[in-house]
Ligand binder design. Structure first.
Ligand SMILES: [Zn+2]
Ligand SMILES: [Zn+2]
Length: 314
């Protein structure tokens, strides 16, 4: 299960931290100037996902980098076309003569305009861009718990929307039988996952055909979480959002303007309260969370914006 936390205050730039139950590392979406992000959370991060590099989404990368130096691990950064160069440029703005060589590695997964992912890494002290052997992976990101898919949205520049999809898991209810737990549970789950109905499972010195025991098992559907940042509220973007985020459990969506300011939204290739709500409703997202409001709005205006959003979500 994904446990996201918005790390930015209402009047700060956006940053979302994603944790998972029973998983020790966490994930950062967007590097806006968010005061809630702690040193420990930066250090404990496994991957960073950036929609686009407008300053309000990328300025805090330096702070995160500052705290990650010295952790001696590989950190993955996913982002739009140009991200490799932009990460390198930020880092090269500092002097690195005293750094140890293996204090960190950044692996950058750049999403090209055609949807192909290109992987490179950079290391101290010279931070040169080295293309990796497995240059074009099939999946943008995958670990033992979940995968991340994406859509390239139009914000007058590419803006990547990310879908975090937890793997389905097989659960067992031993109380449906008279057996005690043991090694056989793992073997039975494996047989179930691999579709080996006839493999033999030994429980307390007795052999059973796997399929005779399947009645104790159940597939638990994995959680899903969307992060949909800056995008124009136009049909082409909405079609992409609909195809990726249909029936998603939870999604954060940018809601930069009030309905009254929709001309600004159109001008700046942004979405606004009504349209963000409507597309979340069309996707049948169970829990839609509006984030990333224009900083020109005072508290009262943000309240109006939120009311508009929730009214159109009904
Ligand atoms: Zn933007
Ligand atoms: Zn923005």
């Amino acid at each position: 299960m994904f446990l996201p936390e918005v790390k930015s205050k209402v009047n700060e730039d956006i940053s979302i931290l994603i944790k998972l139950d029973n998983y020790s590392f966490n994930f950062i979406c967007e590097c806006g100037d968010a005061s809630g992000l702690t040193v420990k959370e930066c250090q404990n991060t496994e991957a960073i996902f950036i929609s686009h590099t407008h300053i309000d989404h990328f300025i805090n990368f330096d702070f995160i980098l500052r705290h990650q130096i010295g952790i001696g691990r590989r950190i993955i950064i996913c982002g739009p076309e140009g991200i490799t160069q932009q990460v390198q440029s930020k880092i090269k703005g500092y002097q690195w003569n005293l750094i140890e060589e293996n204090s960190i590695t950044y692996e950058i997964r750049e999403i090209k305009k055609n949807g192909q992912v290109e992987i490179a890494e950079i290391n101290p002290p010279h931070w040169e861009i080295i293309a990796l052997e497995n240059k074009h992976p099939d999946t943008l990101y995958k670990n033992e718990k979940f995968t991340v898919d994406f859509a390239i949205l139009d914000h007058k520049t590419d803006s990547i929307a990310y879908l975090f999809k937890e793997d389905d898991t097989v659960k067992i209810d031993i109380s449906k039988s008279e057996f005690k737990g043991g090694q056989w549970v793992r073997e039975l789950k494996n047989a179930y996952e691999e579709g080996n109905e006839s493999s033999l499972i030994k429980i307390e010195d007795q052999d059973f055909k796997a399929e005779e025991l399947f009645f104790m098992l159940e597939t638990k559907k994995g959680d899903s979480l969307g992060v949909i940042m800056d995008h124009a509220a136009h049909p082409a973007n909405h079609a992409k959002i609909k195809s990726l985020f249909q029936d998603c459990n939870q999604a954060f969506i940018e809601c930069f303007y009030k309905a009254e300011d929709k001309e600004f939204a159109q001008l700046n290739y942004h979405s606004y309260s009504e349209e963000s709500a409507k597309i979340m409703k069309a996707c049948n997202v169970q829990k839609a969370i509006p984030v990333h409001f224009s900083r020109k709005y005072k508290e009262e205006e943000v309240k109006v914006l939120l009311e508009e959003f929730y009214d159109h979500l009904k």
